[in-house]
Design a protein around this ligand. Structure first.
Ligand code: MN
Length: 198
């Protein structure tokens, strides 16, 4: 028996709650199959190793190879899936400290969105585009390949878009740009602000 070290997160919404931006079918595959597989793989890989007792973020910063890939993908997807709320929610525009920081570091929310989408579109292959904060609270956008997460650069991850094809191919086929642009409709900025000020 492999001990249950990490478990699949619970989604803070119903599987069809993000439609039409992300379909129930995409949630069933992306969360139900891809993320579940990363959890199962990591549990097998770390059983009986020094990583078994470490928190997820520490595994990501301290490992390489298959353990890093699976741990990184769990951390990335946990942050990704918990940053959304349904289209009709009232938290899809930034307010408070995160809005002040966006205006300070990118000039305006529109400029930030344009740069973020462009960095998602131009990321070659599979990976993630991130909004992250440094130790002084300054915001940066980073592109990370494969399972990368800005924690490995000493940054705090705040918001992310997954540009692996599995994130959008069911709903958008090859139209990555359309998918990234649509995701703003379901970003929960209360959650992003909470991550920023904590
Ligand atoms: Mn993914």
């Amino acid at each position: 028996m492999i001990p249950l070290l990490f478990t699949l997160i619970t989604l803070p919404y119903a599987p069809d709650a993000l439609e039409p931006v992300i379909s129930r079918e995409t949630i069933e595959f992306h969360y139900g199959k891809h993320l579940q597989a990363y959890v199962d793989n990591l549990n097998k890989l770390i059983a009986g190793t020094e990583y078994e007792k470490l928190p997820l973020e520490k595994i990501v910063t301290d490992s390489q190879g298959a353990i890093f890939n699976n741990a990184g993908q769990i951390l990335n997807h946990n942050l990704y899936f918990t940053q959304f709320s349904p289209v009709n929610a009232e938290n899809h525009t930034p307010k408070g400290a995160i809005l002040d920081a966006i205006n300070r570091d990118f000039g305006s929310f529109d400029s930030f969105q344009a740069e973020f989408e462009q960095k998602g579109i131009s990321l070659f292959g599979s990976g993630w585009v991130w909004l992250a904060a440094d130790k002084e609270g300054k915001l940066v956008i980073t592109q990370e390949s494969n399972a990368g997460n800005p924690v490995t650069k000493g940054l705090r991850p705040l918001l992310t878009m997954d540009v692996w094809e599995h994130a959008y191919y069911i709903d958008y086929r090859n139209r990555r740009a359309a998918h990234l642009h649509a995701l703003w409709q379901i970003i929960n900025w209360e959650e992003i602000n909470r991550r920023y000020i904590q």
